[in-house]
Design a protein around this ligand. Structure first.
Ligand SMILES: C[S@@+](CC[C@H](N)C(=O)[O-])C[C@H]1O[C@@H](n2cnc3c(N)ncnc32)[C@H](O)[C@@H]1O
Length: 237
């Protein structure tokens, strides 16, 4: 596990140039190393995707997102991401999704207020991003729809009948994670995957997952990165 995934170190560096520099350096190194046994052209593409963009996802995390989206391309259902910031993970999804519809959800005004469950998260308003710059960054990809505001409130009415094969959460906070789990999971197709960033780093994210999965058959699958995922059972609700 890379040193950068150390909780105390992350909290110390949170929001600083050191954090962004550290993640970028780690990501480029990870993608370079992956190129020795994965498709080197894909690793170059993933490196290019994040170049010039602020991002807190590592190369391995980016690879996992890309790989899952590619694997879900022939499943029924749309794709959604909540937590866009400068668009690195969103563009990574776009590079793999083909013609699938992608719902891009963010407040575009940065993080909402934390609650007592959240520790070590950035201040409210952090990670604000400009919708038009994201639109321009993703302009070459078809079937991308934008939902501005606090998710899931922003999509409750418009996407009520939609089903999803893949949902990517990168929202940092307990309430955001909890409410998105409650809203998206029942709308996942059987075999659909919900992947989240920061499960092993942020207390609020972990607590939301642990509460959501208590008493369910679907349990958290923890990955060697900061991520975790849930797979919807064939007869899951
Ligand atoms: C860490 S950033 C996302 C990083 C991004 N995935 C990347 O690749 O760099 C977290 C984002 O979550 C958004 N966010 C948090 N809770 C939200 C909610 N309930 N609804 C919409 N956006 C939310 C914030 O506005 C912020 O842009």
């Amino acid at each position: 596990m890379p040193l950068l995934h150390n909780k105390s170190l992350q909290r110390f560096m949170a929001g600083t140039f050191l954090e962004r520099w550290g993640v970028r350096t780690l990501a480029e190194f990870e993608l370079f190393m992956l190129g020795f046994h994965k498709d080197p052209a894909l690793m170059r593409k993933l490196t290019t995707v994040r170049r010039g963009r602020k991002s807190l996802i590592t190369g391995h995390e980016q690879f996992i997102i890309h790989s899952i989206v590619e694997g879900m391309r022939r499943m029924d259902g749309d794709i959604a991401e909540v937590g866009v910031y400068a668009g690195s993970s969103t563009r990574t999804i776009c590079e793999a999704k083909g013609e699938k519809r992608l719902h891009v959800c963010d407040t575009f005004a940065g993080l909402p207020d934390p609650t007592s469950e959240d520790r070590g998260v950035e201040k409210p308003g952090c990670f604000a991003c400009d919708l038009e710059s994201i639109r321009a960054y993703l302009a070459d990809f078809p079937n991308v729809e934008y939902h501005v505001g606090f998710c899931p409130d922003s999509i409750r009415d418009v996407l009520d009948g939609t089903r999803f094969c893949f949902v990517h959460l990168d929202v940092d906070l307990y309430t955001s994670t909890k409410q998105c789990l409650d809203w998206f999971f029942p709308r996942l197709v059987p075999g659909g995957i919900l992947l989240s960033h920061d499960y092993s780093l942020l207390d609020g994210v972990r607590q939301a997952f642990d509460e959501f999965t208590a008493g369910r058959r679907e349990q958290v699958i923890e990955l060697p990165t900061t991520q975790c995922m849930l797979v919807k059972a064939a007869d899951g609700v």
